[in-house]
Design a protein around this ligand. Structure first.
Ligand code: F6P
Length: 317
């Protein structure tokens, strides 16, 4: 089952789950549209040929959904009923924080569940990197590189707002690799005045353009920053434009890294089920496959490496 926001690499994970299961002589099913399909009992038998030629496709062939109703126990009981009625003995949930919370709730009711760390936000505890992040970052970088060309040609400043919900990871990484002059993230509260000072300083150092990456969850949104900079046009020295990347970051063709990660995590999830090790999340830690209890995943927060924000500041001179 895939759940929550789609992430490039989900199809590689589905393919690996199905083929590793088939290889063990098990019967495999796909759940349609996340927890909604689980509650509705929408299961499709899937074999090796059903997952041919899907690895290179973005999104998820199973469909996905956000399903807040899964927080209710009677709704989860309905899902358990359908699983039992179809003779299904274990479930793999490919998704991020909300999805792994649902997975944990089901596991706590006694059903064997294994999670696969998947979200472009990279905000899930239990995996250094989650499925979809690499592709999303590469899409953001392509946009940043293009915007810099126009910024330079017109001696302008550009604000680029990237996704990430409450987490600044995408903005921080895209900002560093895209050579941004400033990065605004939810983890650090910054007044627009301070950004304006940095923009002015960049102008006075002779920079032909300025690029600022803003995380969508930052206290000061891309829109608010744009308004502030326009109001302070003469002080900051640059004309400002804002580009909000939004869902453009989610639907791309998965990169090599995401295809590999999906493949490794998909196979690992099935191996854990075979060992009877369930109620866990499969992820990647220190380059190796890791498992973390879902009970820990749902309560702990993955910290952002703040030294990288300092590095971004050092390199922006
Ligand atoms: O969690 C992935 C994500 O793309 C976030 O970065 C973003 O805030 C959210 O999903 C958007 O959700 P939706 O697709 O439901 O609008």
């Amino acid at each position: 089952m895939t759940s929550g926001g789609d992430a490039p690499g989900m199809n590689a994970a589905i393919r690996a789950v199905i083929r590793t299961s088939v290889g063990k002589g098990w019967e495999a099913f796909g759940v349609r549209n996340g927890f909604a399909g689980l509650v509705g009992g929408t299961f499709t038998p899937m074999g090796s040929r059903d997952v041919s030629e899907i690895m290179q496709r973005g999104g998820t062939i199973l469909g996905s959904a956000r399903a807040p109703q899964f927080a209710e126990e009677n709704v989860r009981r309905q899902a358990l009923h359908h699983l039992a009625a179809n003779g299904i003995e274990a479930l793999v949930v490919i998704g991020g924080n909300g999805s792994q919370t649902g997975a944990h709730a089901l596991s706590a009711m006694g059903f064997p569940v294994v999670g696969i760390a998947s979200t472009i936000d990279n905000d899930l505890y239990g995996s250094d990197v989650t499925l979809g992040v690499d592709t999303a970052l590469n899409i953001a970088l392509e946009a940043i590189d293009r915007l810099k060309v126009t910024a330079s040609s017109h001696q302008r400043a550009f604000l680029v707002e990237v996704m990430g919900r409450d987490c600044g990871y995408l903005a921080l990484m895209a900002g560093i690799a895209g050579g941004a002059e400033a990065i605004v993230i939810p983890e650090v509260d910054v007044h627009p005045d301070k950004i304006a000072e940095e923009v002015r300083a960049a102008h006075d150092r002779g920079k032909p353009h300025v690029l600022i990456v803003v995380a969508e969850g930052a206290r000061c949104s891309g829109e608010a920053l744009k308004e502030y900079m326009i109001e302070n046009r003469s002080r900051v020295g640059f004309q400002f434009r804002l580009t909000i990347l939004g869902h453009v970051q989610r639907g791309g063709t998965p990169t090599f890294a995401d295809r590999m990660l999906g493949t490794r995590l998909g196979a690992a999830a099935v191996e854990q089920i075979a060992k009877g090790n369930t109620g866990i999340l499969t992820g990647l830690q220190g380059g190796q496959i890791s498992t973390t209890p879902l009970s820990e995943v749902v309560v702990r927060k993955k910290p952002l490496d703040m030294s990288l924000l300092e590095l971004a500041g050092v390199l922006a001179v």
